[in-house]
Design a protein around this ligand. Structure first.
Ligand SMILES: Cc1cc2nc3c(=O)[nH]c(=O)nc-3n(C[C@H](O)[C@H](O)[C@H](O)COP(=O)(O)OP(=O)(O)OC[C@H]3O[C@@H](n4cnc5c(N)ncnc54)[C@H](O)[C@@H]3O)c2cc1C
Length: 447
């Protein structure tokens, strides 16, 4: 079996892993990034606005690597930056998924990160609280990777789970069971008259923006409904009875829209059979939805549909950390001594049974501090976690799972991993003020 060694091994190259690997490498760690797909960016490549840099009161509380990526995407023509919106959030940040992928790949390369694509972590060797190696399946080969720090950015907490660490999965639902938020396959429609489409679908005034290569303002973000075409949808398939037909649409182009609309209920994002069945179902949903929309909704008459290449997963495991983001953090907008950055997106819960969506505003000044301890699994002396699977209650996860927050936790975990892998320090014992000082010096916002 081939063996590979590094200081920091980042597992998962989604938006979180990109932030984490950049931060680790820039802080002097020999960094390897393992990614199961043949591209980085994960869910960020499926066509979503990055939420949320700003509080409900339009104070910017996310900066650092998260801001750098938006600036780089905007310079590459793939973002319109931060745009005011008078809906369930006060500002939106539309970013083109393909541009994000290209920009992230370039920045990782420039930072000296070794990226291994098509690499899936399938096992872990441990001695007591210490992970000794991860087993990784690559093209027709099984490898062992060893590292000073293993940084779990898999979204699903795979490293922690494979090594036998503690985690929760989903939320309590009826009958003493646990359920997870639905999954969705995004899709894009090109060749759309986006002004007419927004007029037909939006329930609030759309966020409008300009770009240097186009005359005039165009809609870049709106949420809306297909209720006016309910009869046609019901006729097209029983799937649409399961949802309230709430849709979120964004773009950085005047002729193209990304649609968040399909819904897969009762899917386990950590189970290959469940995810494969969902992929079949959601591909079918996208085909039906795009046919109904093209036939009925103004602006889509000449559209072409492009399904996202992956199914987006909202919720699976959350690790048990030495601290946790809590319901109270969300309710009160609490601030903490051991902060590594802020979370400002309202708690966004898609009901595991009905698919209905509820947004709950963060209290206080509209943001809460994410504690360092939420990135540190209780069970290990050489593991850090970032992104969707950090230690968080269900309501807190509803805010920290969003991409600006994933970049905040990714950057903090990357810097912490570089600091601890060099000194051999247990991340549970890290000097948090030293981490905060470094993060602030690099441009992160700590309040
Ligand atoms: C449909 C949908 C809409 C959303 N809308 C928004 C939105 O509008 N704005 C917003 O900010 N957020 C939104 N979110 C939330 C946000 O997109 C995700 O929570 C976030 O992108 C998660 O990032 P991540 O890097 O932690 O995980 P992921 O993007 O899931 O990335 C994890 C990566 O790890 C890799 N990986 C997993 N397991 C392994 C393994 N064992 N070995 C190797 N690699 C592995 C995967 O291939 C993947 O690339 C949405 C989520 C969904 C599903």
């Amino acid at each position: 079996m081939t063996e590979k060694d590094c200081d920091v091994l980042v597992v998962g190259g989604g938006v979180t892993g990109v932030g984490a690997a950049l931060a680790a490498a820039r802080n002097g760690a020999r960094t390897t990034l393992l990614e199961a797909h043949p591209f980085v960016g994960g869910n960020a490549t499926t066509g979503l606005a990055i939420h949320s840099y700003f509080t409900r009161y339009r104070e910017q509380v996310v900066k650092g690597v998260a801001q750098e990526l938006v600036d780089a995407c905007q310079a590459a023509g793939g973002s319109v930056g931060h745009v005011p919106y008078d809906g369930y959030v006060s500002m939106v940040t539309p970013v083109d998924g393909d541009t994000f992928r290209m920009v992230a790949t370039r920045l990782l390369h420039e930072a000296g990160v070794t990226i291994i694509y098509g690499a899936t972590v399938i096992g872990a060797r441990r001695t007591g609280e210490h992970i000794d190696a991860l087993q990784v399946a690559v093209k027709a080969e099984l490898r062992e990777y060893t590292a000073g720090i293993y940084l779990d950015a898999s979204g699903d907490g795979d490293v922690v789970a494979l090594a036998g660490g503690e985690y929760t999965k989903g939320q309590p639902i009826a009958g003493g069971r646990r359920g997870m938020q639905p999954v969705t396959m995004m899709f894009a429609a090109s060749n759309v008259d986006t002004r007419r489409a927004a007029k037909a679908l939006a329930i609030y005034e759309p966020a409008m923006a300009t770009r240097p290569d186009y005359d005039g303002e165009f809609p870049v973000y709106f949420n809306g409904t297909l209720e006016a075409w309910e009869d046609q949808l019901v006729e097209a398939g029983e799937i649409f009875a399961k949802q309230k037909k709430q849709i979120w649409i964004n773009t950085v182009w005047p002729f193209h829209l990304n649609l968040n609309l399909s819904v897969g209920i009762g899917v386990d994002g950590t189970d290959a059979d469940s995810m494969s069945a969902a992929t079949v179902d959601l591909t079918r949903q996208v085909a039906i939805l795009s046919r109904v929309i093209k036939a009925n909704v103004p602006g889509f008459e000449h559209s072409r549909t492009i399904p996202a290449s992956i199914v987006g997963v909202r919720e699976t495991r959350n690790i048990v950390g030495i601290a946790q983001c809590t319901d109270e953090d969300v309710r009160e907008g609490l601030k903490h001594e051991d902060t590594i950055g802020r979370s400002a997106f309202p708690s966004d819960i898609h009901d595991p049974i009905t698919g209905d969506v509820v947004h709950t505003d963060i209290g206080g000044d509209g943001s809460f501090d994410i504690r360092y301890g939420a990135l540190v699994p209780r069970s290990f002396d050489n593991v850090l976690v970032a992104g969707r699977c950090i230690s968080a209650t269900h309501a807190a996860h509803g805010t920290t799972r969003n991409m600006a927050q994933c970049l905040v936790t990714g950057e903090a975990a990357g810097v912490a991993a570089a600091m601890t892998s060099k000194s051999g320090t247990d991340p549970r014992l890290l000097d948090v003020p030293a981490l905060q000082e470094r993060l602030a010096a690099q441009g992160a916002f700590l309040g």
